[in-house]
Design a protein around this ligand. Structure first.
Ligand code: SF4
Length: 317
C-alpha cells in the first residue's frame, strides 16, 4: 500500500473546553495507482482528513504512512520540503487558491523554485510544458489568475501540483466549484494524468455519481468516521448504510431523462455538531431506521462482502 492511515484523529480545541472531533479515528489504505473516492456531506471531515494525511494539519493522534514510512505527527519545514515532492494537494476553490498578485509562471513554478535545484530558465521550460500538458498555452504564463475561467484556473492548480512530480495527490473537491459542463473535462484530465504518470489519488467529493465514475473504491464518511467502504460500483449500486443510501438518493442524476423519473428522499436535518460527541451511532438523529440501541451503542465495523464493510447495527457481525 502506498498510503495507510490508522486510527487517525484530528480534533480542534475551540475554547471553553469544547473539542471539535473533525476526524475521529479513520483507518484506510490506498494502493499504488489507485483512485480512492472519499464522500460525505460538508462537515463530515473529508478535507480535514486529507490535509492531516499529508501533513498540512498536525494529527491529534493515530498514524499515517507513505510507502510504509511513518509520517511525522507534526511536519517541520524540512519535512514539508521533502514530502511535498511526494505528496501534493489540489484545492477545491480555483478562485481563492491562486494568489491574484502572482503570474501563472510564478504560481506553477513556485514549488520548483522552493526546491532550489533548477535555474529560472529550466523552471520556465517546465511551466511551459505543464501548461500545455493540462490543455492551456505556453503564453499564458505571463498572465494573472483573474484572466482565466474557473475550469482554466483548476487546470493551473493541477499543473502546480503535478510539476513537482508527486506520487500521491489529494484532490479536495476539485470540481465542486466548477460548471457542470467543465467538471467532466477536469475529471478526465485527472484520470489521464493518473494513468500516464502512475499516480495515486484521494478524490474527495460530495457528488457520488462522479466519485463512482472516477474511483476504484469508495469510502463514505459521516461526522469524522467511516460508515461504509468498498468497491465503488458495489457501494453505489448496493449501498448498505442508511446514510450512503440517502446520499445516493439525494444526489442529482446528470442525465435529465433519468433524473425526471427519480424520486428524491432528502436527508433530514443537518450534520450533527462534531462537538463533544457521545456514545451511540452518530447518524442516529437523522436515520429513518434508527433503533433503541443505536442511541447508546456505537456500531462495530462489519464485513458484508469481500472488501465491503459497513458500521451499522442493521448488519451485526
Ligand atoms: Fe441507523 Fe442505527 Fe444503522 Fe446508525 S446504527 S445507521 S442509527 S440503523
Amino acid at each position: 500500500m502506498l498510503i495507510r492511515a490508522h486510527n487517525l484523529k484530528k480534533h480542534f480545541s475551540i475554547g471553553k473546553g469544547d473539542i471539535l472531533h473533525a476526524v475521529d479515528g479513520v483507518s484506510l489504505e490506498i494502493a499504488e495507482n489507485e483512485i480512492l473516492g472519499l464522500v460525505g456531506e460538508s462537515g463530515s471531515g473529508k478535507s480535514t482528513f486529507g490535509k492531516a494525511l499529508i501533513g498540512l494539519h498536525q494529527r491529534t493522534s493515530g498514524e499515517a504512512y507513505f510507502n510504509n514510512t511513518l509520517l511525522p505527527e507534526r511536519f517541520s519545514a524540512s519535512d514539508h520540503l521533502h514530502y511535498s515532492k511526494l505528496m501534493q494537494m489540489i484545492f477545491q476553490d480555483p478562485y481563492s487558491s491562486l494568489n491574484p498578485r502572482m503570474t501563472i509562471l510564478d504560481i506553477i513554478g513556485e514549488g520548483l523554485a522552493i526546491q532550489g535545484n533548477l535555474s529560472k530558465a529550466d523552471i520556465k521550460e517546465q511551466v511551459s510544458y505543464w501548461l500545455r500538458r493540462v490543455g492551456l498555452h505556453s503564453d499564458h504564463m505571463s498572465r494573472y489568475p483573474h484572466e482565466f475561467s474557473g475550469g482554466q484556473r483548476q487546470r493551473i492548480g493541477i499543473a502546480r501540483a503535478m510539476i513537482i512530480g508527486p506520487k500521491f495527490v489529494v484532490c479536495d473537491e476539485p470540481i465542486s466549484a466548477l460548471d457542470v459542463s467543465v467538471q467532466a473535462q477536469v475529471v478526465n484530465l485527472l484520470e489521464e494524468l493518473k494513468q500516464t504518470l502512475g499516480l495515486t489519488l484521494l478524490f474527495i467529493a460530495h457528488d457520488l455519481s462522479m466519485v463512482r465514475y472516477v474511483s476504484d473504491r469508495m469510502v463514505v464518511m459521516y461526522l469524522g468516521t467511516i460508515v461504509e467502504s468498498g468497491p465503488s460500483n458495489e457501494v453505489f449500486y448496493q449501498p448498505k448504510h442508511p446514510y450512503t443510501r440517502l446520499l445516493i438518493e439525494s444526489n442529482p442524476e446528470p442525465d435529465p431523462n433519468i433524473e425526471r423519473q427519480r424520486t428524491h428522499t432528502p436527508i433530514r436535518g443537518e450534520v450533527t455538531s462534531p462537538l463533544n460527541i457521545g456514545p451511540g451511532c452518530r447518524f442516529a438523529d437523522r436515520c429513518p431506521q434508527a433503533m433503541e440501541e443505536c442511541k447508546t451503542v456505537t456500531p462495530e465495523v462489519t464485513q458484508v462482502a469481500d472488501d465491503h464493510s459497513v458500521s451499522c447495527h442493521l448488519y451485526p457481525g
